[in-house]
Structure formats: structure tokens, C-alpha cells
Design a protein around this ligand. Sequence first.
Ligand code: IVH
Length: 698
Amino acid sequence: MSSPAQKRILELTSEIESHNRAYYADGAPVISDREFDRLLAELIELEKNHPEFASPNSPTRRVGGEPLKEFTQVEHRVPLMSLDNTYSPEELRDFVTRAEKLLEGKPIAWILEPKIDGVAVTLRYEQGQLVYGATRGDGRRGDDVTANLKTIGSLPLKLDGGSLKDARRKKGDASSTLFGDVGKFKSALPHLSILEVRGEVFMTRANFDKINHERAKVDEPLLINPRNATAGTLKQLDSREVAKRPLSIILYAVAEIRGVELKSHHESLALLASLGFPTHSKTWTCQSVVEIEKALQDLNTYRHKLPYDTDGGVLKADSLLQQRELGSTSKAPRWAIAYKFETEKVETELIDIQVQVGRTGALTPVANLKPVFVSGSTVSRATLHNESEIARKDIRVGDTVIIEKAGEVIPAVVSVVMGKRPAHTKPFVMPKKCPECGGDVSRDMVAGEEGTLLRCENLSCPAQIKRRIEHYATRGAMDIEGLGESLVKQLVDQKIVKNISDVYDLKLERVSELERMAEKSAKNLLDGIEASKTRDLWRLVFGLGIRHVGAASARSLASHFGSMDKLKAATVEELMTVEDVGDVVAGSLRDFFDKKDNLETIEKLRKAGLSMETRNVERGMRNILDGKSFVLTGTLPTLSRDQAGELIRQAGGVVKSSVSKKTDYVVAGEEAGSKLDDANKHGVTILDEAALRKLLDG
Ligand code: IVH
């Protein structure tokens, strides 16, 4: 007999997992984040009191667990093979012809799928439970990254009947029209003793951009591309860190199955979809080379609509019998091939490598290029990432380099055209002194070893001061209109401002004398500075530019402590009890508040009249919009999208990025896009700014 606690644990587990699927896999959340958190909190509490009933595949494990010392290795029962790659249509034709010949002219049905640019993994389920997930490694043995994979919200940890319901609901997708009635596999589940599936883990471009945006704010080196970010994240030994970086997954193959018989690849995909696994939203069935080429063209247009990077297509023989007949070489199957699309690459000249100094002194090399047109725009600067990337590619000033713009990623220098290297070029070396102030530079320590990141140590380096003030004034922080890059440059170069707090001593006469500063704009600037005095505490905490403290941690800190005084007095242990604050952030905060200069700045800010306490609205006194979900679209007449989002969140609402029938309101401004159509389609209430304000006023 099961106890009430065990019964409730099972109930909550299944309910939470179905909400996870609705949110991550279907993009159509059924309940608010708050309600979801409440269910999760109840489950955590029950599992704590009744550990004997806690399953290793509980949704509570999705937030990550204790860090590992190292990954254990998994021996792959079926090797994870790689695929032969080609960029050439002729080679693709040859591949198809060879396969047809091997099968003595029997017709072959092919399936073309998008090739996701991510990291391959295998996932093993026994009796419907996920037992492990692993990386490819060398194809025979890989790393057991189960804890990391569990953080992927759309990945089922347990295969249950609930998934079957969801999959049927998804009928009508491009995928399920191809796969026919997914309900066919309904009765399969109880027989499915073993299922090993393969797929690709990746990061959407939006999530990648978000992470880099946050890293830029805390002056951390940017991640190179979504693929690298995914690989780096999966390699993390601390799954709690992984949980903070949103990964996604799509499954595209069954490696081993017992209890259900599959005859074709398209049946495998249908089974996967019906079990609740995320699968490709579109695939193409082709009977001939001509059809394959047409499908590839179609894919090349379609893939740009996908929210993640794809670099080609994978062509697979559909019949599993034919796959077996074709077999494999020692390296790759003869029944599948990867066709890669060329990314647009252009040659240009590297005029100079400029070393920029960030807010916390980090030195980053940037390429100054002879302007060229690539993938729709003219490019004159590109990232070089860091010193070791420059050395690895041996990039030198004067070189002819190849640059590429993949998707929406910032253009990058991919390689050097060695044949065009002029005589007497020198390998690039990072400066020994700060290029802005001549101060000493040091190398960051990473895990006790010298890392690749160089930093200027001089806290009064004018470049650092400029970046600090620019950061303080940005929209995401204290939002001081008019205090942008060119004005900050003048103020710091003319030594009018040496510190954030000096901004509040600015006088109208002095400001009006600056270049491009008519009296009216000077007045607007001072009004903007004045208005910043009443900003929420979290904006100030974030604006101070404390290393590793992003907007999310600043919000949690401000609402936890309620005042600057409590925050600055907190011990590392106290700081670490706050959401979004780990040992690195806590240590960095303590370092910051232990410095006399910083405390003086804060006192000056207080004297200037800045608010140093959290306002009640933030502490949830006004929850008019409790749990209501909003989507913002278009340009509002006075509020920026950030500001509108902020007001909604302060009143207890949630802001989502896409419209579903569960959305409560769509706030639409001018030039609203497809989200407005979606709102109409789902019958969601549409508000303009005035109506939103009315709602907020209660
Ligand atoms: S099938 C034996 N399908 O591309 C067949 N692979 O270049 C194994 N990939 O190792 C792979 N999208 O990491 C397959 N739809 C897809 C894929 C895909 C991306 C990756 C995968 C594979 C590599 C081969």
C-alpha cells in the first residue's frame, strides 16, 4: 500500500512533468511560473521528508545537483558513428548512386532532416526510466552527463502515458502528418523494455545571445558560438551551473529498442514523437536525386526560420532493412550522409588589431578590417575572441583573412590566407601594459592556473572608468538618457568625472560647454540624472558594476536584503543563501564592499539623494497581475519594452516571448508583428499602452 506522501509525490511528479512538456516542448504553458514553482516547492519538501520515495528521475533533479569530481565513462552498447560529410552536389549524387547500386537497383526512399549544429548525445531508457545520457566521446566510450541532460526541460525523464496524450495533441504538425497516426504506438509503451535514442543538444540563438549579453554586462569573455557554448556547458561538472544555461535537445534516431518492432526511420521518428521526445518539426521524403536536390533547396530556406543554428541536412535511407543491407564502413554508415551548406565567407584585409579595455579591465582583441559586404551587411570589425584563438589561427596584422557571418552571430575571423601573407609580418602579442592607461596587466587565474584573460590592474584607468559609467547609465541599469559613449568620453577625458558619484555633481553651465551639447540637451541630461535617483535598488546594485553580478542576481539581492546597508553588511554565507548567488558572486560582492573606495562612492551616492532601499512594490505588496501572462510586441508610445516588462513583473505578471492560447494579454504598439496575428488567432485580449497602464493602476 502506498502512503499518502508517496501518492502525492507521484501525483506531483506527473503533474510537474506534464507542465514541463507544455512549457518546453509545446511552448504553450498551462499555468503561471509562480504556480509551477509552488508545485515544485511542494515536491522538494515532500522528497526531503520522505527521501525513500524520491526518484532519481524526479523533476526536482532538473535544477542540478552536487558537483562531480569527474565524469564516469559509459561504454556505448551501439557505437556512436559519425557521418561522411560533403559540400558538393556531385558527391551527394555519387553517394545515392552507390547506395542504389549496392541494393541492385531497388528503389530507395530517403528522408532528409535538418542537421543541427550542436553536440551528439545518447540517452538510455530502461523500463521507461532514463538510466543515463552520455556524449559521443570517441564513439565507443563517452562521458556520463546524465545530471546535465536532466536540466533540459523538454527531455522526458520517464516515459509515460501522459506523453502519448501530448503527442496526439501535437497532431497536425509537419512532423506528425508525415508520421501518420502517432497513436499507433500507444500500446507500445508497456512493452518497451529498452530504448536508446540519439539526438543533438544545442542552444537556441536567442538563449545564446541572452547569455552573451549578460556576460558582456559583467565584463566576462563572450562565448564564441552556440555550438561551443553547448559543448562547454555539457562539460560542466556542476549541473547547477548547467541548469542556469538553457540547453535544448532534438532526438533523431533510435539506436536500440526492445519490445517494439520498427521497420523504418520514419516510424522511429513517429515513435519518438509519440513518447514525448522533441523531434524535428519538418523532414522531407524523397524518392530520387532530383527530389533530394529540391528538398535541400527547400531546407536551405526553411532552416533560417529555425531558432537554432543548422549547417546542412542529413540524408538517411528510410527502410531499416535497407540500412542493414547497406551497412557501414569502419567510420561511417553507407546509408546516411551529411550535406553541408557553405556559409558565406569573404576575404578582406586585417588592418589592425585593437585591444579594448572593458569595465573590469579585461583586455579583448578586436579586428579592424577593410570594409567588406558579407551576408547582407558591410562589416569593418570582427571578433578575434582571445589571445589563444589568435595564436591558434596565427592571425597577424597585414594578413588577408577570411571572415564569415553565420546566422545572426557577430562576424568572426575564421582563418588566414597564408598564400597572401606579406613579408615581415609579426605574430600578434597582447600588450604588456594597458593600451589605454599604460598600467600593469595581469593574467586571470582559472582553477589555480594562469588563464588566457588579461586585465588592466589600474582601477583609475580612464577606459575602465568610462566603461563603468556607461554601464551605470545603460537602460538595463540606472537608465540615464543622454549619458552615452561620446558624452562619457568627454567627461572623463576632461577629468570632470572620475567616478560614478561625480555624475551627480554635474552643473548645467559646465555641461552646456561640452561639444554637441546645446543647453536643451544639457538640461535633459540633468533631468535624466535627477530621475535616476529614485530608481529601484536592484538597478543601483547592478549599475555599480560589481564583477559577476548580473541583472538577475541584482534583483534577487535587492529583494532579499531590502536595503543597501543590509546588503553591504552581509557575509559570504548570507549572500549565498540568495537565489542566483553562488560562491563566485558572493565572493565578488564581499570583495567589492570591503574596499574603502567603493564604500565612499556609495556614501556619496546616498548624499546625492539616491534611494538605497527596495520599494514596497518590488517586495510584492501589489500583485494586481498575479500570475497573468503577457507578451509584448511593437513599439509603445512612451514605454520601452524593458520598462513595460518591468512594470508587469513588479505587479506579479509574467512576460513570455511567444503567444499561445494560454497568454492572458498581448500588449501591442506600432509595427506589431506576427505576435499580433497570433493574439487574434488565439482570441487573446490585446492592450495598448494606455490600457496596460489602466490595468496596472488597478
Ligand atoms: S544521424 C549514424 N541526424 O551531425 C547516424 N546526425 O556529421 C548518426 N547531427 O554525429 C547521426 N543533426 O552530431 C543525424 N538529423 C541528424 C543530425 C545529426 C545533426 C550531427 C550528429 C552527427 C553529426 C554528423
